[in-house]
Design a protein around this ligand. Sequence first.
Ligand SMILES: C[S@@+](CC[C@H](N)C(=O)[O-])C[C@H]1O[C@@H](n2cnc3c(N)ncnc32)[C@H](O)[C@@H]1O
Length: 260
Amino acid sequence: MLSHRTGSAAGSAWAPLRPPPPTQFFMTLRDIGLWIRSARADATIRRKSRAYGVARAFDELYRDDQDPYGAADRRYRYQDRKYAMLLSFLPARRYRHVLELGCGVGAFSRALAIHAERVTGIDISANAIQHATALSRKYLNLSFRAGDVHTFDPDGRQYDLIVAADVLYYAVPSAQEPALAAVANRLAACLAPGGMVLLADHYFFGLDAASRITQAIHDTFPQAAGLQIQSRHFRCFYLATLLQRANGHAAPDGEKPGGR
Ligand SMILES: C[S@@+](CC[C@H](N)C(=O)[O-])C[C@H]1O[C@@H](n2cnc3c(N)ncnc32)[C@H](O)[C@@H]1O
């Protein structure tokens, strides 16, 4: 049984990709500005999505504000700390090709790029992709392209890590099983043997409706795609679930969590 804060089904010999950030209050007073900014962005998305769909809503959001969620804004501490924490949930191993879905302005893609040979970021908004590309010029192993989690074409590629941070919550807002299963199967189909999926979505102690949607997504997703839950991490404001492609596709011993 997984514990409430952090639970792992991966066994004991397990080394994280990087140590978790030191325990400290996770945000500053300035981060209140980040919450306000994100809440405004979400309100805009809700309003515009009803009028003309999620894709156009996000594209207009990124047209009017280059970083509507403050992901790359150095004034805020919360996002950086969250990305560092998410990296600490991953096993230390060689990541050849990482796919980040719903990459936004690419802040987490850049954090991943330090630990991977190659990272591809995909986002439904062409404007977000433009900003992500401009912000990532120094990263030679990082590329971005527009795409939708429901329809993106992996082009025959296989990924050993797929990350979906704060995207399924928007892409499958009602957490409907058939829609989630379709996305989960699409992702599972382009996972390399032993490949992993990291999901992270808003969560606040299961108290609000959004937390319950996240819980439903994180519970339904692995079942739908036959992925095994490796670990689950409840943090203030998000839930992260690490999944691995199930039997028949297990990594050889040297590549199991903890191997390099
Ligand atoms: C809150 S932002 C998160 C950005 C990034 N993952 C991060 O953690 O910093 C949500 C992102 O999901 C993207 N998105 C929403 N629906 C999507 C879909 N169906 N396919 C691909 N991207 C989508 C949005 O354009 C937006 O950039």
